[in-house]
Ligand binder design. Structure first.
Ligand code: 4NP
Length: 158
């Protein structure tokens, strides 16, 4: 199966998943890969908001523009995206509960499973209650996994 769309999901959709969305969009464009990318949150607390200012600043320093508006994941997302990718085990658990069918459940993935330079790291940890170094680390992980995901999609291995 060749993947043509990926939805990134985290808890609030203001830190990790909009960053994954922005990083993947830029890297896919640079790689000439035509793929639909979006992000959403498990919770609805931040719906309509831009990403957290700390993540936007972190991204800006690396040449990204994180300008997604937060939204909550819906049952329709499981029809509209080939792959639904969570950031940590709690996201996976919540997505599994939200998936409308067993087939939809089978298309849920964990972003950390695609890490190459950070193999062994089991999740993209939530930086929300952390400091600048936690945001930088989350972005390091997101860039690492995104490079690997693009390679695998190009080879038809995802
Ligand atoms: P995210 O970070 O899941 O990476 O967007 C969070 C943002 C907000 C909250 C939790 C995590 N919150 O509890 O409001």
């Amino acid at each position: 199966m060749s993947v043509s769309s990926i939805l990134f999901v985290c808890l609030g959709n203001i830190c990790r998943s909009p960053a994954a969305d922005g990083v993947m969009r830029k890297k896919a464009e640079e790689a000439g890969l035509d793929i639909k990318i979006d992000s959403a949150g498990i919770g609805a607390w931040h719906v309509g908001q831009l990403p957290d200012a700390r993540m936007r600043q972190c991204g800006r320093k690396r040449g990204y523009d994180f300008s997604h508006r937060a939204r909550q994941v819906s049952a329709q997302d499981f029809e509209q995206f080939d792959i639904i990718m969570g950031m940590d085990s709690q996201n996976l658990h919540d997505l599994q509960k939200a998936a409308p069918t067993a087939e939809a459940r089978s298309r849920i993935r964990l972003m950390a499973d695609y890490l190459a330079a950070h193999k062994g790291q089991k999740s993209i940890p939530d930086p929300y209650y952390g400091d600048e170094s936690d945001f930088e680390f989350a972005l390091d992980l997101i860039e690492d996994a995104s490079d690997e995901i693009i390679k695998l999609v190009k080879k038809g291995m995802i």
